[in-house]
Design a protein around this ligand. Structure first.
Ligand SMILES: *[C@@H]1O[C@H](CO)[C@@H](O)[C@H](O)[C@H]1NC(C)=O
Ligand SMILES: *[C@@H]1O[C@H](CO)[C@@H](O)[C@H](O)[C@H]1NC(C)=O
Ligand SMILES: *[C@@H]1O[C@H](CO)[C@@H](O)[C@H](O)[C@H]1NC(C)=O
Ligand SMILES: *[C@@H]1O[C@H](CO)[C@@H](O)[C@H](O)[C@H]1NC(C)=O
Length: 501
């Protein structure tokens, strides 16, 4: 293996400049979001200050988030700033995978070349781990593990990284991970390139597609685990074996300008999955897959989503939580400005019967839905087809302080708003304002259905949600099962990671 950077410390200034300049911008969502107006910004910020009043820890979080959010306004200038810094004389050590023997022809196995290049890049100051444009690298399960010498390492993916297609040849030591970024602080993963999981054979093997197969998890394409302050931006992630991007056990991760795409019928291919992480922002992403566009599960606090284009898929979800009697906690989640189309759900909270813990402090605002089965849904009777029937139990994950503001568009089914909360632990503090939902194709009425949901509505709310004020329990909201085809085998990602690392 040749060493690319003969003099590892030598400046590669010019090269770096060219590379950074050449990185195509992912213009996803640009222009129609971002400048969403001062008022909206105010609201989001006030959310964090108001919901952070609970205790000291939360207050710190609120302040942290506020500054993070403001920083994000400058996202588009980021690359220019990188260049400006370099212009002032800082140097970048570019570590090109090609120099470590990568074939880049989409055929030869480049896993070892990537591993060697990473080892070098991670040992250098001012490193740029470069996957050059115009080439296609076949890479198997691999771990990009820190800490590295320089926290501000740049992982510049300009070309295409593609996974081997054949599940039977997958590295058995990494059944749930393809590209793992772990233990990094302040790294940036960017470059406008493509990450392609070649998932079709994994999907065909899924028990959801071929009922004679056992239910087993498949690799997540990109996993950001145990990281701090990492930014992922301007990449296309497609055809993941299962989940596309997971952020787990991390803090201050920012994801922006991702285009995530897989077929509508690909099983469990969530777009972005957040678990056991704090202060995560996801913005300007366009996601269309066979499962949730974004799913937020246990141990996640302070997750902000903005300018999300979602569909097809299962919507933007918190949960599922509390499976098998588990304790689960999610708090301070905000979605501001989203377009959700042709998906099973709009904004959803789903919990299992028998769990414990809470979901609280959730704000969904400024969402346009188009032909969505259930635009607004809380389902405390979540039960996937594999475990059905699920008996009602005397405990549940408590859902409180959830608001929905300015949500409009079309519902494909009559139950546009469904609050199916458990008799044992009713949902409280459910607030609806400025809701305007109508039936897609003017195909009949829409309605709000409640069980044990307590709250109020103000402003225009259509369909009317009087049932929030009467808070009747023992109703019949589970006559149908919105999640019939929404099995979740192997999505308890954080748990899997613990076992695997
Ligand atoms: C389903 O899986 C079984 C067992 O793995 C296999 O023999 C069969 O060919 C598969 N069916 C289809 C339609 O792929
Ligand atoms: C949920 O997260 C908490 C920490 O926030 C942890 O103690 C608990 O074990 C997690 N539950 C599951 C089911 O992973
Ligand atoms: C309501 O939400 C829609 C869709 O995101 C947005 O276009 C509109 O500007 C919002 N209205 C207000 C008053 O914020
Ligand atoms: C569970 O409780 C809900 C709400 O009270 C009720 O509609 C449903 O029939 C119950 N399901 C079972 C299986 O008892």
């Amino acid at each position: 293996m040749r060493r690319a950077m003969g003099a590892a410390t030598r400046c590669a200034l010019l090269l770096a400049l060219v590379l950074v300049a050449a990185a195509p911008r992912m213009a996803v969502g640009d222009g129609d979001g971002g400048g969403g107006g001062e008022a909206r910004e105010e609201q989001v910020l006030s959310l964090w200050s108001s919901s952070s009043a609970r205790d000291g820890e939360a207050e710190d979080e609120g302040r942290f988030l506020k500054s993070e959010w403001e920083d994000d306004e400058d996202d588009d200038d980021e690359e220019d700033r990188v260049m400006a810094v370099q212009g002032k004389g800082a140097c970048r050590n570019v570590v090109n995978v090609d120099s470590f023997g990568a074939a880049g022809d989409g055929d030869g196995d480049d896993t070892q070349a990537f591993a060697s290049a990473w080892k070098t890049a991670c040992s250098l100051d001012n490193a740029v781990f470069l996957v050059p444009a115009g080439r296609r690298y076949k890479v198997g399960a691999i771990q990009f593990v820190g800490p590295c010498k320089d926290n501000r390492m740049i992982i510049q993916i300009q070309g295409t990284i593609v996974a081997p297609e054949e599940p039977s040849e997958w590295d058995p030591r990494s059944p749930r991970l393809w590209l793992l970024f772990s233990g990094l602080a302040g790294a940036r993963i960017q470059g406008g390139g493509v990450i392609d999981g070649s998932g079709s054979k994994w999907w065909a093997n899924s028990c959801k597609i071929n009922k004679s197969n056992p239910c087993r998890g498949a690799p997540t394409a990109v996993t950001i685990d145990s990281c701090r302050g990492v930014r992922v931006r301007g990449l296309r992630v497609q055809n993941a074996q299962q989940i596309h991007v997971t952020v787990s056990r991390s803090r201050g991760v920012r994801v922006g300008g991702l285009r995530i795409e897989a077929p509508e019928d690909s099983p469990n291919t969530d777009g972005i999955h957040v678990a056991e992480s704090t202060a995560v922002t996801i913005q300007r992403c366009r996601i269309g897959t066979g499962d949730d566009c974004i799913s937020i599960v246990n141990g996640s606090f302070g997750v902000k989503m903005r300018d999300i284009d979602c569909g097809p898929g299962h919507g933007i979800s918190i949960g599922s939580l509390g499976k098998g009697g588990a304790f689960a906690a999610v708090a301070d989640v905000a979605l501001d400005s989203a377009r959700i189309s042709r998906s099973q759900n709009g904004v959803r909270i789903k919990t299992w019967q028998g769990g414990a813990g809470y979901v609280r402090g959730v704000r969904f605002a400024n969402v346009a839905v188009d032909g969505v089965d259930h635009p607004i849904i809380i389902d405390q009777f979540y039960c996937d087809a594999a475990t059905r029937p699920c008996a009602n139990q005397t405990s549940a994950v408590a859902v409180s302080d959830v608001s929905y503001r300015n949500i409009s568009g079309t519902s494909r089914l009559a139950e546009a708003i469904r609050f199916a909360c458990s008799d044992a632990v009713p949902c409280t503090g459910i607030v609806l304002s400025d809701i305007n939902l109508r039936r897609a194709d003017d195909d009949g009425e829409v309605q709000t259905v409640c069980n044990c949901a307590v709250g109020f509505d103000y402003g225009r709310v259509q369909p009317a949600a009087d049932c929030l004020r009467s808070s009747t329990c023992g109703g019949a909201p589970d006559k149908h099962h919105p999640d019939d085809h929404d099995e979740e085998q192997g999505k308890d990602e954080a748990v899997v990671l613990h076992a695997e690392l």
